[in-house]
Write a protein that binds this ligand. Structure first.
Ligand SMILES: Cc1ncc(COP(=O)(O)O)c(C=O)c1O
Length: 406
């Protein structure tokens, strides 16, 4: 392990994987674990009504953060469920006879997997290619759209390379063919402005733990209101959430998502400005010390906290393990136990070798300048140490080989 100045805490730079729950969010949630533990469906007593009121306040907060109406919001267990509900729920409820679904090549697996599963029900599922910077190829999308297209799914922000998609332009194209647009905005809330009215998206997924809220909670926005939406439920039971998502409501989680969404939109500009400076400073330090390193994603259209760096010749899984108290992620295998390189990195044209040499660093609300400098120094020194060790191993092997020849 490379020796760095003593520290009492680790440096968390994995904000794409999950964000710390903001202490203000935790505070808002606390009363709903024990003090007001009632089921919001128990409207017969005072605490049940209090819980129901807390849920409706959170619904308003989530709606306001994306420019929607409260009745457009259904609470779910996270963006995975929201994506599944949007795609499977709308496809199963569809009666228009349209059977074609298009999804971006760098979508999260919680979009790609439900889309692919619809092939078994006769849907024609096609993948929209992206350019080298990760942006949707709008010409390809135009060519792929036709009157049979029922749904298009494109994320607002990518979780590995941070690329921001031009949602309004995509929406215009999709609506011109009378299709629906679903947007996975799990990585977008608090990072870019989301205004469902002007962007025109029909369905939009959110996740609590990507915007400083708790894990296990999310929401789906449905244009025109959840009650009348052509959306078949994936979970049957007591008929909660307008009969679209049954199950006792996770009141503390919902309250947390509401508080997090309000803070995310309220602090978006100041957070982004500060975080961008940290990220740029980090990249400058790393790239000037390791000139072979290169950035992935749309450099001019990526979220402030994202840094996806390819370090040619460095096996990043080993690097991340050696970084010790600097906590970041490989850009290569984010799904559980996945041996394959990331589909995002290969879709933007990286070779398998470069995909395995790609590091994903995520800065966020609680990142500091001190953490950033420490992480850059740690990364550079560790890469140098790996380089020296590789060179020594090569020399040793060469020495042994020469000895054999003699
Ligand atoms: C873009 C994107 N979509 C969906 C998800 C799934 O979100 P959740 O963990 O809330 O199910 C993630 C999480 O990694 C994500 O980054």
């Amino acid at each position: 392990m490379v020796r760095l100045p003593e520290r009492t805490h680790s440096v968390y730079l994995d904000y794409h994987a999950s964000t710390p729950c903001d202490p203000r969010v935790v505070e808002a949630m606390l009363p709903y674990f024990a003090d007001t533990c009632a089921n919001p469906a128990s409207s017969i007593h005072m605490d049940g009504r209090k819980a129901a009121q807390a849920v409706e306040t959170a619904r308003q907060q989530v709606a306001a953060s994306i420019g929607a109406e409260p009745h457009d919001i259904v609470f779910t267990s996270g963006a995975t469920e929201s994506n599944n509900l949007a795609i499977l729920g709308s496809a199963r409820a569809s009666s228009c006879g349209r059977m074609r679904i298009l999804a971006g090549a760098i979508e999260h697996k919680s979009v790609l997997a439900p889309c692919r599963s619809l092939r078994h029900q006769g849907f024609d599922v096609e993948i929209i290619p992206v350019a080298r910077d990760g942006q949707i190829d709008l010409h390809a999308l135009t060519d792929m759209l036709d009157k049979r297209t029922f749904l298009v799914s494109v994320q607002a922000v990518n979780n590995e390379i941070g690329t921001i998609q031009p949602m309004s332009e995509i929406c215009e194209l999709v609506h011109a063919y009378g299709a629906l647009l679903h947007c996975d905005a799990a990585q977008a809330l608090g990072r870019i402005a989301i205004t469902v009215g002007s962007s025109g998206v029909d369905l939009l997924s959110l996740s609590g733990h990507k915007c400083y809220g708790p894990k296990g909670i999310g929401a789906l926005y449905v244009r025109g209101g959840v009650r009348n939406a052509p959306l078949e439920s994936l979970v049957y039971g007591g008929g909660q959430e307008y009969n679209v998502r049954s199950g006792t409501l996770n009141v503390p989680g919902i309250v947390g998502l509401g508080a997090a969404a309000e803070l995310a939109e309220g602090e978006r500009r100041s957070d982004s400005c500060r975080i961008e400076q940290l990220r740029d400073c980090f990249e400058h330090q790393v790239i000037s010390a390791i000139p072979t390193a290169h950035r992935n994603g749309a450099v001019g259209a990526r979220v402030a906290g994202n840094s996806s760096l390819t370090l040619p010749g460095i096996e990043v899984e080993a690097l991340v393990a050696r970084l010790g108290d600097v906590l970041c992620s490989t850009g290569a295998a984010c799904a559980l136990g996945a041996p394959e390189p990331s589909h995002v990195l290969t879709a933007i044209g990286l070779t398998r070798a470069d995909a395995y040499s790609t590091l994903r660093i995520g800065f966020g609300r609680f990142s500091t300048q001190d953490d950033t400098s420490y992480a850059a120094l740690g990364l550079v020194r560790t890469v140098e140490a790996i380089g020296r060790a590789t060179l020594a191993a090569k020399r040793r092997i060469l020495g042994e080989y020469t000895h054999l020849i003699h």
